[in-house]
Unconditional design. Structure first.
Lengths: 378, 378
């Protein structure tokens, strides 16, 4: 009777009603019935992105959307600044290098953030910079970056494009694409949108779209011009994962029902309770600006994070994420994304505490539970 | 009480047991449990591809796998011959052009085929050709190409790679990757594999893999070196559509249970019955070498194919495909792919006949049914 619980920052749990919706017999993607769904889904995505622009749907992981961003809005030899404070910031830099961009990495310690004033200085000193690529939340460290302020800075630089990776955070924490002046915003299906992996989403501002017109980087499957032409008929250039789009319809309906800002509040409460609970237990957070999408916890001396993740999974059926690359074995990450309630949040905290105690680390678990409970049920 | 029936050459019907399998709660993709599934799926795919080489799984449509083929095994400026006898052959040429290859299009009339002797002559006259790209079945015309003979010809040319698009045909009609000397073989999930769209599959021979080592075409999401490194640990470089892989596990199990060659025979019988039934009704086939994956039927003067497709759908809930590009309105295509039985095949034939009669074309429907029935139940 052991249940399985997902607290990983993607894939996240899919609501039962979405799973059942997707289990219906498959429909053809070039029918009026499916196009009507696509139309509603497109509108729902605009709401979640907080944009008036098209949101394109691609059959790929979030990395595919990152590649789409780089290859569509930039040109060979363009110099771009990339916020490298974790694995996914670095991925932007890798993709850019592959396609012949000149990368100016903004190297920051993993878990630290990057100030808007520093960005302004960087852009002033490098007037040839064509874009800034940054995560909204760096999944590998659970750090939120101040994209709103970056937008304000970048609005003063006519030739700079703000590209934001919202893979682990869009729909979970505040993000207003148009209002904040984000030029490219992207995300994936398996995070706050509560779907299985397989779809990614990307939207471009008018300013970014103009850049695509002259981009000389080769692309085909990720060529947004093809998607733009198709979306005018509520269609796709290539066969889309039909069942995921049908699930997405239920997901965007749920976002509308609950309200985007209410959903952000829920995530905020879950994350706050987790942080408070964890700190009361005597543990430390990794990030100087923790995200409400995922909490990264530093593990005490002598605790092997890989082993902790394994123990949680094998003993209790609970999936959490360990550290990646240079943080391997040193942290554990608890996701607050998507489909979960207050009791799930408590379960996550308690499970970490119990496993740590079993591994020989004495923590103040009762205090942690008490504080978390207070926040969750206030 | 109107049922919906899919006779489109992708997406095809998904067996109920696969739909329910995929509706189970989502699991994390970096767990021993999922890796065990990936291992079995990988072996199953090798069986379906009839290869000893790795079959890589990508989160994309079939076009993504076509792009993967082009960008991994060729280099800029390489000259390749492309069999252009329909929409998907032309797509290979388009992708090649985008990535700076020199395309030698083998222009053949849509519905016609291309002889191995002509290929031999072409390769002799153009010793600088680095590859031939061809569909196994050209979906847009329902034509099978003689890949086995192409393989024999190409084996005499050390520097030429045979790239085969099996998107609409692999698993449905005979194809032995290793035995036939195919260097690159690719397909998608939503055809003979009886899954929703969202996954594509590609395998490379040793000869093709050697070419990837020196390829100078930029790629990231479709970079097979990343997939090769990951597959050694039954893993993926990027988050894979987990639920589709779980469905795929059931699909490859079914292929093993029934036997690949038996499944080919089933498709052959369905296609033969359809062709015979249609011809008895007084209609003509488009293709000079009709595929057992999909049958393309020329429509009589005065019958608008777009309208026929629409009538089938709105009146009877039946999805078939019309013509694409230059065949728009002129043909109808009935798929024989995947999950269907003898009665479904009869239903398809009868539905076409009834709709044609309603549109004012008198056909010998009874004779058609009789002949088809004979083949199906022999």
């Amino acid at each position: 009777m052991k249940k399985k619980r997902l607290f990983t920052p993607g894939p996240t749990s899919v609501p039962e009603e979405i799973l059942l919706e997707m289990a219906k017999p498959i429909m053809h993607h070039r029918t009026d019935e499916f196009r009507a769904i696509v139309k509603e889904v497109s509108n729902g995505l605009k709401y979640i992105f907080q944009t008036e622009n098209n949101v394109f749907i691609i059959g790929s992981s979030g990395t595919g959307a990152m590649e789409t961003a780089i290859t569509n809005v930039f040109s060979k030899g363009n110099k771009i600044a990339v916020v490298c404070g974790g694995k996914f910031g670095e991925r932007f830099a890798e993709i850019g290098s592959v396609y012949g961009l000149e990368i100016l990495p903004v190297e920051i310690e993993w878990g630290k953030t990057f100030k808007a004033e520093e960005l302004e200085k960087l852009l002033q000193e490098n007037p040839d910079i064509k874009g800034l690529c940054t995560p909204l939340c760096e999944t590998s460290t659970g750090t939120t970056f101040d994209v709103e302020s970056y937008g304000k800075v970048i609005s003063k630089f006519q030739d700079v494009i703000l590209v934001v990776d919202g893979v682990s955070s869009l729909g979970a924490i505040p993000c207003y694409m148009d209002r904040w002046g984000i030029d490219v915003l992207l995300t994936g299906s398996q995070k706050a949108l509560m779907l299985p992996p397989g779809l990614s989403f990307i939207s471009l501002s008018k300013k970014a779209w103009e850049k695509t017109e002259n981009s000389d980087i080769p692309k085909y499957y990720f060529d947004l011009k093809k998607y733009k032409k198709a979306i005018e008929k509520d269609d796709f250039p290539f066969t889309i994962p039909v069942s995921l789009v049908i699930g997405l319809k239920r997901s965007v309906d749920m976002f509308r029902e609950y309200g985007l800002e209410n959903i952000w509040s829920l995530h905020s409460k879950r994350a706050e309770a987790t942080r408070k609970g964890i700190e009361e237990m005597g543990l430390e957070l990794l990030s100087e600006k923790p995200s409400d999408a995922v909490t990264a916890i530093k593990l005490p001396e002598g605790i092997d994070g890989e082993k902790l993740v394994k123990n949680l999974r094998t003993q209790y059926g609970i999936s959490m994420a360990g550290g990646q690359d240079k943080l391997k074995g040193k942290i554990i990450r608890i996701s607050h994304l998507g489909y979960m309630d207050e009791f799930d949040v408590l379960t996550a905290i308690i499970a970490v505490g119990i496993c740590l105690e079993q591994m020989g680390y004495k923590c103040n678990l009762e205090d942690g539970i008490k504080e978390a409970k207070k926040i969750l049920f206030s």
